[in-house]
Write a protein that binds this ligand. Sequence first.
Ligand SMILES: [Zn+2]
Ligand SMILES: [Zn+2]
Length: 207
Amino acid sequence: MFNYHIDRIPSIGIAVDSELPSDKVAFLLGEFLRPGDKPTRIRFEVQKRGTNLLVDGELSLDYQFDCGRCAESFGRHAIVPIQIVFMFGVEEPSADDEGEDYDVSGLEAANAASAVEGREVVFYQGQHIDLEAPISEQIVLALPEWPICREDCRGLCVDCGQNLNLITEATCPCGGPKPEPERPPTKLAVALAAALGNGAVPPARRQ
Ligand SMILES: [Zn+2]
Ligand SMILES: [Zn+2]
């Protein structure tokens, strides 16, 4: 899917507007998200800029999930931007981490820099570019790793299982523990916990 021969891309570029197959969508959504009822549409254009190929578009997606705190089902709509630049060549290991890791110089470097502009950089060799992996990556990165219905979801009473979002009182009628104003884990906290093997955070999504 989305594999193109460079020479068959005309100078005016190509425009794609299609539906993503539901099994592909289900795979990208991973463990905690499910496809919604509406089809998933993907639109993008591929433009040639010298040996670079710019890909710009978006994915329109409905998905459903069970909140990670209160376990209720919810649906969401997401627009995922797709911005990729395919650069001919091989990524050079950089001496520093300042991003000067493209094997180009002078005007070519300036063109390369302007082509990047927030796009994901993918290096290609030969005559084909394959958009499936980088597009999949952009979609996966844009989706929540551990979906919750809202930032201040109160979750379930640990004593009786009451959904605390459905009551107005500060404490559960069962007399259970006062719910703490729980905050969602920050990305740093999740990364740290994962690095330390702390089981308190959800498992990482598959790639
Ligand atoms: Zn919730
Ligand atoms: Zn309770």
